[in-house]
Ligand binder design. Structure first.
Ligand code: ATP
Ligand code: MG
Length: 196
């Protein structure tokens, strides 16, 4: 029931490192990405090329199918998250309302976003997806900009501000140490010498 997919379609197994989807124009390749964004709780409808939730349902819910349902299954055997060997996230739209499940348990959109954030995935990061038509822009980016993009996508950029404030703190402490040394040399040491 999601976009051009009228009945249940199972896609997978996915390769661990690299996957490509090929097919004729208009055959539903991008709709698969839209489905992944949808189930991962993306905030922006325009990223799924829709202006309202109803448009995500097969034929806008005007045909016999009235709801859209997407599930994504992750293996979690390495226990990155404390949720068992398999994590199944499901999102359904029915009567213009969204419902989310994590392993069958009712959840909010925020819960879903936090779940993926805790695994280092931020679907709402502007660089998480490079949309059709933006490829040339990325190809023409400078090395520094591409590095920034990778840092943001891999989730390391959030540590930059922490690093900055730590460096500031280290500098402050170093200045204090210099001041302590100066006081030692100018006042304490001469006094000690006198006493000796
Ligand atoms: P391209 O190679 O041009 O990028 P694509 O394989 O990525 O094509 P998609 O954009 O995934 O194609 O699919 C577009 C098709 O999905 C269009 O035919 C469009 O009519 C159909 N479509 C989009 N929304 C719905 C909907 N709610 N119900 C039924 N079909 C839909
Ligand atoms: Mg496409």
């Amino acid at each position: 029931g999601f976009k051009s997919y009228k009945s249940k379609v199972h896609i997978g197994q996915f390769d661990k490192y690299f996957n490509a989807i090929t097919g004729l124009n208009g055959s539903g390749k991008s709709n698969i990405f839209d489905a992944i964004c949808f189930v991962m709780g993306i905030s922006s409808l325009s990223h799924m090329r829709a202006s309202n939730l109803q448009e995500l349902i097969f034929q806008n819910g005007k045909a016999e199918v009235k709801k859209a349902n997407v599930s994504i299954i992750f293996t979690n055997t390495s226990n990155i998250l404390d949720l068992g060997d398999e994590i199944i996230v499901t999102r359904t739209i029915y009567e213009s309302k969204s419902k989310f499940l994590i392993n069958g348990k009712n959840s909010t959109q925020k819960d879903i976003q936090n779940l993926f954030l805790s695994a280092g995935l931020n679907i709402n990061n502007p660089h998480f997806l490079i949309m059709q038509g933006k490829v040339m822009k990325v190809v023409n980016m400078s090395g520094i900009d591409i590095l920034g993009l990778l840092e943001e996508a891999s989730g390391t950029s959030i540590y930059e501000s922490k690093k900055d404030s730590s460096i500031k703190m280290i500098n402050k402490k170093e200045n204090k140490l210099i001041e302590v040394d100066r006081l030692l040399n100018e006042y304490v040491s001469p006094k000690l010498k006198q006493l000796n």
